[in-house]
Ligand binder design. Structure first.
Ligand code: SAM
Length: 342
C-alpha cells in the first residue's frame, strides 16, 4: 500500500450501502474499496466540492492509510497530517476556527506534540466541539489518519432552522425519495410531514416535480417545516397543510407518497399506532395513482407490514437500517417500498 496516497472516505448509515454506491456511480466517482460503514473513492482536489454535495453520505474525510501511520510516526513526520489539513482548509479557511484530534492516548507526549503543531501552524484553537476534525485510528493492522472535509457532517443540512426532536436523518429521507420513482413523477405527497425533511429533499433533487404537498396535524411541526422550506428556497414549490389523517384530507391523487411514520419514541407516544397505521394505509390506497409508489419508513415495521399484507398494496422492496440513537440505544428501522396490486 502506498502510504502517501490520499483517499476520500465516505461513511454512511448501516444499510444504506447500495444507495450510496448508486449515487457515487451516477456521479462518476471511482470506488476503490469498502469497509463496514464506509466506502473509499479515489482522491483528487477537484472532487472535494462534488463530495460536499453527496446526499446519501453522512460524513466525508480525506485520509491516508498505512502500517506505519501511528501517532509516534506522525509526531516525527507532522507534514503527513499537514498535507491532509491543507487540502481541507484550502479555499475555506474562514469556516475552520478550532480543531480536535480523535486518537487513543490523547495525553501522550506524541499526541500533545501533534496538537501543538496544528495549533501553531494553522492558528486553530483546540476544542471539543471543533470545526476541523482529525482522527488517528487503527483498524485491524492498518493505521488511518484523516480529516473531515466539512465542519459539520454532510447529513446536517443548511435548511434545518432548528433540530426537531424526531426529525428524520436527511440521508434516510434522500433514500426514501430515491425509491419513489421521482424521475418520472409529477406529484408527490408526504403524509406526516413533521419538520419537512422529505419534501425538501425531494424538491432539491427532483426539480421536475410539479406538485409537492406535505401535511401534519401538529401546529409546532407545521411552523418548523415552513421555516425549513423557506430556508431551502422552496416556499413557492412545496405546500404544507394542516390536516389529520383520520379526517381523510383531500389534496387530490399523487404519483408518489412518502412517509416517515410516527413510531412512538418522542412522537405520538400515546397514540394507538394500529389505528393510525390502518387509517394511513387506507388513505394511501385512495390517494395513490394506480402506477404510483408508496414508500414508508418506520421502526414499527412488523405492524405496518401486517396491515399492508391485508391491503391493496404489495411490498416490492425493503431495506433494514441500523444506527445509534441520541439515547445510545440501537434503532433498526425499515424502509418499505410498495405498489398497488394490478
Ligand atoms: C416521525 S414524525 C415525521 C418527522 C419528519 N419526517 C421530519 O423529518 O421532521 C411523524 C409526524 O406525524 C405527525 N402526526 C402524528 N399523528 C398524526 C395524525 N393523526 N395526522 C397527521 N399527522 C400526524 C406528528 O405531528 C409528526 O410530525
Amino acid at each position: 500500500m502506498n502510504e502517501s496516497e490520499f483517499k476520500i472516505k465516505l461513511s454512511h448509515i448501516t444499510g444504506l450501502r447500495s444507495v450510496v454506491l448508486e449515487e457515487l456511480e451516477r456521479t462518476g466517482f471511482e470506488i476503490l474499496e469498502e469497509s463496514d460503514e464506509s466506502l473509499f473513492v479515489a482522491f483528487s482536489e477537484e472532487i472535494i466540492p462534488e463530495v460536499k454535495h453527496l446526499k446519501s453520505v453522512a460524513r466525508a474525510y480525506v485520509v491516508r492509510q498505512g502500517g506505519k501511520l501511528h501517532p509516534t510516526h506522525i509526531s516525527n513526520h507532522k507534514s503527513l497530517l499537514g498535507g491532509l489539513i491543507d487540502i481541507v482548509i484550502k479555499n475555506d479557511k474562514e469556516h475552520f476556527k478550532s480543531f480536535r484530534i480523535n486518537c487513543a492516548g490523547s495525553e501522550s507526549r506524541e499526541v500533545k506534540g501533534i496538537s501543538k503543531y496544528v495549533h501553531d501552524t494553522y492558528g486553530l484553537e483546540e476544542k471539543e466541539d471543533a470545526d476541523l476534525k482529525i482522527h488517528i485510528i487503527k483498524n485491524e493492522d492498518v493505521w488511518e489518519i484523516g480529516v473531515q472535509v466539512t465542519p459539520r457532517p454532510l447529513s446536517v443540512r443548511d435548511y434545518r432552522v432548528v433540530n426537531m426532536s424526531g426529525a428524520m436523518d436527511p440521508t434516510i429521507a434522500y433514500t426514501v425519495n430515491s425509491f419513489c420513482n421521482l424521475e418520472t413523477a409529477k406529484s408527490y405527497l408526504n403524509v406526516f410531514s413533521g419538520s419537512g425533511t422529505l419534501p425538501i429533499e425531494a424538491g432539491q433533487v427532483f426539480p421536475n416535480l410539479e406538485r409537492l404537498v406535505g401535511f401534519d396535524n401538529d401546529k409546532k411541526h407545521l411552523s418548523l417545516s415552513i421555516q425549513n422550506v423557506k430556508k431551502a428556497g422552496l416556499i413557492k414549490k412545496i405546500q404544507i397543510k394542516e390536516a389529520d389523517i383520520f379526517d381523510k384530507p383531500d389534496f387530490g391523487k399523487f404519483d408518489a407518497i412518502a412517509s416517515d411514520l410516527p413510531f412512538g419514541m418522542m412522537i405520538s407516544k400515546d397514540e394507538d399506532l394500529q389505528k393510525l397505521y390502518k387509517a394511513f394505509v387506507e388513505y394511501c390506497e385512495d390517494k395513490l395513482e394506480p402506477d404510483g409508489r408508496l414508500v414508508v419508513y418506520t421502526s414499527q415495521y412488523e405492524l405496518i407490514e401486517s396491515i399492508l399484507m391485508k391491503s391493496c398494496f404489495r411490498i416490492v422492496r425493503t431495506l433494514q437500517l441500523k444506527f445509534i440513537t441520541n439515547a445510545n440505544g440501537y434503532l433498526r428501522p425499515k424502509i418499505i417500498v410498495c405498489e398497488l396490486k394490478g
